[in-house]
Design a protein around this ligand. Structure first.
Ligand code: ZN
Length: 369
């Protein structure tokens, strides 16, 4: 059942194992050779046993559930003020949607017999991977920016993982981490590169569909750094279509931070944030990624679903954050980028007022204190 790896660009295959490569020799991100589909019609939510959380959808996953906190099946709530359904992805054991990918990635690490893992992250992914590594009993080195928020650093340390603080840009952190991986220090449990992570984020789509009586919304608006949730959603909704469970794709919209918006630039938008006088914003620290590992696939997911991407500056992000907090959604600033984008898409007519939209609220505000 353990899936081998394949490069979608040059089709080179690699055997699964603790020493498998973290990317193809041609430089591209690898994917699993296995893409299981479930048989038959899905049960209505009322008859579905969801006590295993996102692992309820094990039939879609080429990984066994070795490392789990019964995470997932986060609430999907109607919000009248925003006229959208919010999926409360900050209601996860470590406070962000990254647990979707951490449970599948560490489960794969156990399956492969890995004994040490390495990850780099500005915060949430590091906390998630460190916590699941602790559950798995594996040693973990988490490369973080030197100025990482104390609360996120504490999560990593309390999980008994080793934070490795790197001075410089977010890219410098990744470069130092990759150097360690390539010199044989451990298996790269990367939320950006490891296909196991995206197997986990696919379950976002399965839950949304199940919670809506196996229908898909008109659109989903998500924050995009490496795009792990957007790409997972795309893959999940695509699998549901292939399995004949639904027969539509939602339009996928990306929300980025002004000055850190390579996907907006690639789809022809203004990466500085149109209606804003800021050139760059640092408030959304979770999505400051200049080189997404799966950039081409992200662009494809957005354009193939007739979606779009925009960049937001400080003002709309802060306004959305305040409004979310006043309404009981205690999220971190990065999470506010998506509702801010929804508002802008409605104002400029990209989305209609009566379009049925799902917005994930991705990370807890408690960790940014
Ligand atoms: Zn290749």
């Amino acid at each position: 059942m353990t899936s081998n790896l394949i490069c979608p660009a040059c089709e080179t295959t690699y055997e699964a194992g603790p020493n498998e490569p973290w990317r193809c020799q041609c430089g591209r991100a690898l994917e699993f050779t296995e893409r299981p589909h479930p048989e038959g019609d899905p049960l209505p939510l009322s008859q579905l046993d969801t006590s295993d959380g996102l692992w309820t959808f094990f039939e879609f996953l080429p990984i066994e559930p070795h490392v789990t906190f019964h995470e997932g099946f986060t609430p999907l709530v109607d919000d009248t003020e925003w006229n959208a359904q919010f999926k409360l992805e900050y209601v996860f054991p470590t406070g962000s949607f990254k647990d979707r990918g951490a449970t599948t990635t560490l489960s794969r690490a156990v399956e492969l017999g890995v004994d040490r893992i390495i990850e780099d992250s500005s915060g949430n992914a590091g906390a998630a991977i460190a916590t699941y590594a602790a559950r798995a009993g594996l040693e973990a080195d988490i490369y973080v920016p030197a100025d990482v928020k104390q609360s996120k650093l504490m999560t990593i340390q309390r999980a008994d993982a080793r934070p490795v603080r790197i001075e410089g840009s977010r890219q410098d952190v990744t470069d130092a981490c990759i150097e360690a991986v390539e010199s044989g220090d451990g298996w790269y449990a990367s939320h950006a590169w490891n296909p196991a992570f995206y197997a986990g984020t696919m379950t976002f789509a399965f839950e949304v569909a199940a919670q809506r009586d196996w229908t898909v919304p008109d659109a989903v608006v998500l924050p995009v750094g490496h795009g792990t949730l957007l790409l997972g959603a795309y893959r999940g909704f695509s699998l549901l279509n292939e399995a004949g469970i639904v027969d539509e794709m939602p339009r996928l919209f990306g929300a980025q931070a002004a000055g850190h918006a390579p996907i907006v630039e690639a789809v022809g938008g203004d990466p500085t944030g149109e209606e804003d006088d800021h050139d760059e914003t640092d408030i959304a620290d979770g999505i400051q990624i200049e080189l997404p590992a799966r950039k081409n696939q992200l662009i494809e997911a957005i354009t193939e679903t007739d979606g779009d991407a925009i960049a937001l500056g400080d003002d709309p992000i802060e306004a959305a954050l305040d409004r979310l907090h006043r309404n009981g959604f205690y999220v971190e600033p990065t999470s506010a980028v998506a509702p801010a984008a929804l508002q802008q898409f409605r104002e400029d007519g990209t989305l209609a007022e009566d379009d049925d939209v799902v917005v994930p609220l991705t990370g807890s505000g408690l960790k940014t204190l």
